[in-house]
Design a protein around this ligand. Structure first.
Ligand SMILES: Nc1nc2c(ncn2[C@@H]2O[C@H](COP(=O)(O)OP(=O)(O)O)[C@@H](O)[C@H]2O)c(=O)[nH]1
Ligand SMILES: [Mg+2]
Length: 264
């Protein structure tokens, strides 16, 4: 185990089970079995699974602070500065399997409306962030989301709507804003979270939930692909003997292979 990883033995709870399209999600028997047999089997090298997570939203809603707060918890978050875009890597260990979230930040480019397509491209997770202490930022978010969806296919994305700076508002104000946010979350099929990067409230829970759902989605896709190969193999094995046109007799006795049929 890597010492600086966040451990995820179970899928963490959603912030509010009524504001998520991913309710009742868990690591089921099929996933556990796949991990045990295909990933953690001693004779296999474990490939590193990485998911790209982008954080979008208006200037000053606290995007950079959210990532920094995750790093400040003392886990293995590393900053990788690039031109115009920063990305950080957070290590996780999900059900004993190493997993990484690559978290991309716009590095202030949103100010000039010049976030490039490469920022959005191939993202598996989108965090749409607004500032609970400036409710108009919730509406401003919609424009950013449109850009993401034009570059990525919607069904590939896990979407999270995050209201930040919870420490600046009262519980009563928070409840009102969460009702509004729930409607936007529904519109984009997103899961909602209220967080504070100042106090750290819910920051690690949010990213653990993101990592668990992203990992689960990746493993489910791997299982599906493996299943489809297995089905294709058995289909070919059935088709092969009947579809072979008889070969003329061979002069020398030679062995050759056709799919899975050994014909001598
Ligand atoms: N009180 C409070 N201030 C915050 C919080 N998160 C960020 N800020 C402040 O909001 C301002 C903008 O934050 P920043 O992370 O740079 O926003 P970005 O432009 O979206 O990356 C900074 O002054 C932060 O200190 C929070 O959770 N609570
Ligand atoms: Mg920033």
């Amino acid at each position: 185990m890597e010492t600086d990883s966040i451990l995820i033995p179970l899928v963490p709870w959603a912030y509010d089970n009524n504001i998520t399209p991913y309710e009742n999600t868990c690591f089921d028997g099929e996933v556990e079995q796949y991990i045990e047999n295909e990933i953690l089997s001693p004779d296999r090298k474990i490939p590193l699974r990485v998911a790209k997570c982008i954080i979008i939203g208006p200037v000053s809603v606290g995007k950079t602070s959210l990532i920094r707060r995750l790093g400040a918890n003392g886990y293995g978050l590393k900053q990788r500065p690039t031109i115009g875009i920063d990305y950080w890597v957070q290590k996780f260990e999900v059900l004993g399997t190493p997993f990484r979230l690559q978290i991309w930040d716009t590095a202030g480019l949103e100010r000039y409306n010049s976030v490039t397509k490469s920022f959005y491209r191939d993202a598996q997770i989108v965090i749409m962030q607004f500032d609970l202490s400036r409710p108009h930022t919730l509406n401003e978010l919609k424009e950013f989301v449109r850009d993401v969806l034009t570059v990525n296919q919607e069904e590939r994305l896990l979407i999270f709507l995050v209201g930040s700076k919870k420490d600046l508002i009262s519980e009563a104000q928070c409840r009102v804003l969460e009702k509004e946010a729930a409607q936007v979350a529904k519109q984009f099929e997103a899961e909602y979270w209220s967080v504070s990067s100042l106090t750290g409230k819910n920051v690690q829970n949010l990213f653990s939930r993101i990592a668990a759902l992203a990992f689960l989605k990746m493993i489910k896709t791997e299982i599906e692909i493996k299943e489809s190969f297995r089905n294709e193999d058995s289909r070919l094995a059935i088709m092969c003997p009947e579809q072979m046109t008889p070969e003329p007799p061979l002069k020398s006795k030679k062995k050759f292979n056709c799919c899975h049929c050994n014909i001598t």
